[in-house]
Design a protein around this ligand. Structure first.
Ligand code: NAD
Length: 247
């Protein structure tokens, strides 16, 4: 199997939000980063910002809800740099909906986007990492997957709960092969969806920390989980939620 001299990462949903912050952080940490997103234009713009030569950052257009698109994304990554040493499953949809009104098609679409894509990428990347004897996978879950969504719908919460258990299953499968698989479970992270600074400050006041979190704080946690010092951490869920949920 093709080895790349520098660790390579595939980050899904990297065009904006947490995925973009993770891509920036891993690139700053010296990894070669592929930014996979449905929004190919924004992913390409960030890749160029990170490295105009394209040598250490590149964008891949992908619709993670489409099985063939996931496969061709992985093939694209593998052809360029070999299979990734690091996979961050982060792309997802966060629809709001009453549990009484979710249609079967909407359920399937959210589960297909947010959870089946994690399965497919874990299968593809995990098999290659197992063969290499080293790898790091992080699956982005959510507080909603632990406690039920407060705002997002039941389909979203179910997909994020599924991500937690999928993480444990792959962690157990891959632990003997030098591959760790962990979940990150954020809540109340400052994103455009939160509205104005005043809205974010208001949201923060209800948290034990008295403030909302930042995408960079989530990215720093991911950087630890995909780094060289976290080899004994696997199957874990790291809560990044300002203390709103403790266990
Ligand atoms: N922001 C938060 O507070 C928060 C809290 C809990 C969990 N999360 C999780 O973190 C992840 C990122 O959240 P975010 O706030 O940055 O979201 P976001 O909506 O800002 O970004 C999501 C990215 O995923 C991409 N995407 C969506 N559907 C896709 C598809 N079918 N194929 C490929 N790419 C697709 C979008 O284009 C976008 O770039 C998600 O999995 C979300 O559930 C976020």
């Amino acid at each position: 199997m093709a080895e790349h001299p520098i660790r390579t990462a595939l980050v899904t949903g990297a065009a904006q939000g947490l995925g973009a912050a993770i891509a920036r952080r891993l690139h700053a940490d010296g990894l070669h980063v592929a930014l996979a997103d449905l929004n190919a234009t924004a992913a390409a713009a960030l890749a160029i910002e990170l490295d105009p030569t394209g040598e250490t950052a590149r964008a891949i257009a992908v619709d993670v809800s489409d099985v063939e698109s996931v496969r061709s994304c992985f093939a694209d990554q593998t052809a360029a740099w070999g299979p990734p040493d690091v996979l961050v499953n982060n792309a997802g949809r966060t629809p709001r909906a009453s549990v009484w009104e979710i249609t079967p098609d909407e359920w399937d679409d959210v589960l297909g986007t947010n959870l089946r894509s994690y399965l497919l990428f874990c299968q593809l990347a995990g098999a290659a990492m197992r063969e290499k004897g080293w790898g790091r996978i992080v699956n982005m879950s959510s507080f909603a997957g632990q406690q039920g969504g407060l705002v997002a719908g039941a389909h979203y919460a179910a997909s994020k709960a599924g991500a937690l258990v999928l993480t444990k299953i792959f962690a157990r499968e891959l632990a003997p092969h030098g591959v760790t698989v962990n979940a990150v479970s954020p809540a109340a992270i400052r994103t455009p969806a939160m509205g104005s600074d005043a809205d974010a400050a208001e949201a923060g006041r209800s948290l034990p920390t008295g403030r909302v979190g930042t995408a960079e704080e989530v990215a720093a946690a991911v950087a630890y989980l995909v780094g060289p010092d976290s080899g004994f951490v696997t199957g874990a869920t790291l809560d990044i939620n300002g203390g709103v949920f403790m266990r």
